[in-house]
Write a protein that binds this ligand. Structure first.
Ligand code: PBG
Length: 376
């Protein structure tokens, strides 16, 4: 069976190891190519235990594989923008584009046809529509609401996920309302509840609060229930770290100018988690679960596999990893330079999330990965 590179280095039959003869109980005699004899201690007189036997051909490797990646594991994040027939490249993310709604509907059909179960939407709105207080976030006719309605009409069975946070709508790029240089919690939560209800009214299946305000999951749950959306699911960004790996995303939604500029920029460390902490992620998870979260997210992905593992082990909740924009950029740029083989590195990076305990992965590679999985 070909491996990820399409080549096969397997031998048709497991070869015998040459140069080995059984000696007296407790040791094995090996001969080097130069004829030198080496005695190695072995259990019961032979080297009976050889982990490599289970790796000798593809069929055996498949039999013993502990984790598998499936198309149903993939969640595809997509950037949307205004206009007609727009497909605007994002320079730092090769093959990722901002799509106008007509192009989004076509892309969603491709995703659904491949068997991808969910698409997550992020708006890149016009700078003129951004305000300090993010009014556009709660406009029932905003870009995201129109996108959700168009998608649910065209692909009713594809789950649509909306980000619940204010950053695409604020002039300062923060996820909440800013007062005296501080992102205020409770007033922001009130806005998020409103935003979530507006998105649910548009037809959104899964609300994903990515803002890291305290108490937002419970408040959003209550607002959704009161508005009659008892089955709208909440996939909470439970452990979202204040990470440098979000750079390309911020460029994509246009929230970067104030946020990514060096250390002096107006960073998000006052509400997103400190990369130094992992016990704290467990506390965040207990709160989100108690407040009614249906699913959890760990973000970023690859540098935080330990957090993913701990959350899954402790809570056994449906837990998702987000392979973020910076991870995507690292892999694609390295491949472009000929440093990595992208198809293999992509699949290995996604499989690693499954091994660490993820039930699914948010990835900008969703389409390519689905195509590769279906070809297998
Ligand atoms: C903000 C949000 C961010 C991402 C998803 N939602 C960026 C941030 O917190 O500034 C990042 C996703 C990525 O980098 O791919 N609500």
């Amino acid at each position: 069976m070909p491996d990820a590179t399409g080549k096969s280095s397997d031998l048709p039959h497991a070869p015998a190891e040459k140069g080995q003869t059984a000696q007296k109980c407790g040791e094995t005699l090996l001969k080097t190519p130069m004829g030198q004899a080496i005695r190695t201690p072995a259990i019961g007189g032979f080297q009976r235990i050889r982990p490599r036997r289970n790796r000798v051909n593809a069929a055996t490797r498949q039999m013993v594989a502990e984790t598998r990646l499936d198309v149903s594991d993939l969640i595809w994040p997509v950037f949307v923008c205004e206009g007609q027939n727009v497909c605007q490249p994002i320079p730092s993310m090769k093959n990722v584009n901002r799509l106008s709604l007509d192009r989004l509907v076509a892309a969603a059909k491709q995703a659904a046809d491949l068997g991808i179960p969910a698409i997550a939407l992020f708006p890149a709105i016009e700078a003129a529509q951004k305000t300090d207080t993010a009014e556009e976030a709660i406009n029932p006719d905003n870009l995201i609401c129109r996108a959700v309605a168009a998608l649910k009409k065209a692909q009713p069975d594809l789950n649509v996920i909306c980000d619940v946070a204010l950053d695409p709508y604020t002039t300062h790029g923060h996820d909440g309302l800013v007062r005296d240089g501080y992102v205020v919690n409770d007033e922001t939560v009130a806005m998020l509840c409103h935003q979530a209800v507006v998105q649910a009214e548009a037809g959104c299946d899964i609300l994903a609060p990515s803002d890291m305000m305290d108490g937002r999951v419970g408040a959003i749950r209550q607002s959704l229930d009161e508005a009659g959306f008892v089955n709208a699911r909440i996939m909470s960004y439970t452990a979202k770290y204040a990470s440098a790996f979000y750079g390309p995303f911020r460029e994509a939604v246009g929230s970067h100018p104030t946020l990514t500029k060096a250390q002096g920029g107006f960073h998000k460390r006052g509400y997103q988690m400190d990369p130094a902490n992992s016990h704290e992620a467990l506390r965040e998870a207990s709160l989100d679960i108690a407040e009614g979260a249906d699913m959890l997210i760990v973000k970023p992905g690859m540098p935080y596999l330990d957090i993913l593992y701990r959350l899954k082990e402790d809570f056994k909740m449906p837990t998702f990893a987000y392979q973020v924009s910076g991870e995507y950029a690292m892999l694609t740029l390295a491949a472009e330079q000929g440093i990595l083989d992208l198809p293999s590195a992509m699949m290995e990076s996604l499989l690693a999330f499954k091994r660490a305990g993820a039930d699914g992965i948010w990835t900008y590679f969703a389409i390519e990965a689905a195509e590769a999985l279906l070809k297998r």
